[in-house]
Write a protein that binds this ligand. Sequence first.
Ligand code: SAM
Length: 381
Amino acid sequence: MRAAVRPATPSATSLSDRWRGCRDRLLASAAFQRWAAAFPLTRPIARKRAAELFDLCAGFVYSQTLAACVQLDLFETLRAGPSDVATLASRAAMSADAMTSLCEAASALQLLERRGAARYGLGPLGAALLGNPGIAAMIRHHAALYADLGDPVALLRGQDRERRLAHYWPYALDHSGATLTRDSVASYTALMAASQPMIADVVLAAYPLSGHRCLLDVGGGDGSFLAAAARQAPRLALKLFDLPEVAAIAQERLAKARLADRVTITPGSFYSDPLPIGADVISLIRVVHDHDDDAVAQLLAKARAALPDNGVLLLGEPMSEAASGADGVSAYFEIYLRAMGQGRPRSAARLRELLMAAGFSQVRQLRTRIPMIAGVIVAKS
Ligand SMILES: C[S@@+](CC[C@H](N)C(=O)[O-])C[C@H]1O[C@@H](n2cnc3c(N)ncnc32)[C@H](O)[C@@H]1O
């Protein structure tokens, strides 16, 4: 039997609640909407709101148009120059009509651009995407997220479901890492490596590491962030800590990059093992948001214990309430991490609280070039 849905209990209303109540009643009124669309001074606002609402309704279609372009390698195909629809259609094993629909939809989204009759080239967003292979990799892995989101309410209720995204990130199902295999970590590790250059650019520009002696990157994946740090600071000694199967991938990748003699790799789980000592700066890049508060509290305490007095913790990841225009980050990660089964997008203020509770001091949020990609916080042990 389904539980009856109880109406929300009215609570004491503040002045701001009452003001917002009036605004909401006005915006919800069909008569007001008609008036606002007709009146010259409110018409631009009415049109903007209508377009925003339309984009929210159509968002899934936009994402799947993009997914189809990536799956069919359309951007790569058009890198060399425009192509006619018949050629694109035969490459993609679909009718010319279907390819025209895809190209028209992608052109409306600025991914492609019409270049004459039945001919298309890259659009500004499609061209930008080519400059960053990490984005295409992100788009491909969204197949797992969208499968989980087929029934968003079941997902939020935690009802029985396949949990494809949690299997994509298997450490969400096994905190010790003991059951993880090379195969099960390979795809997420490759995805992280593909998107790491843009993260490293943002983080290392905000906090250059040249003043440090030794960096320990916890949850360092295949070592891509360490490799970028090594380029920036040629005398920096390097350490990496990650789950055993990922640590093995890092060992190979860093050896190929001729960094084997600069790096020490320690396999382990920060749920059960201490962190290696000896570094004067510890980085946590896109790690904290993947874990619940209790685990983060423990992880930060372990990082503090591994640092010397006045050591630095460097935390870089997308943060909620990062900047105006970056609200999508919160919406995305709230639902993404819910599908993954653990973690939270956190604001800089919340991260500061967690850092202070773990005994860190002088917590500072640094400006980053693109806050949507990553915010950066540093703190002293
Ligand atoms: C989202 S990835 C980020 C990887 C890398 N820092 C980056 O930004 O590209 C999270 C990383 O944390 C590692 N990780 C997850 N749980 C862990 C644990 N319990 N102990 C050690 N590493 C863990 C994962 O294997 C993965 O490499």
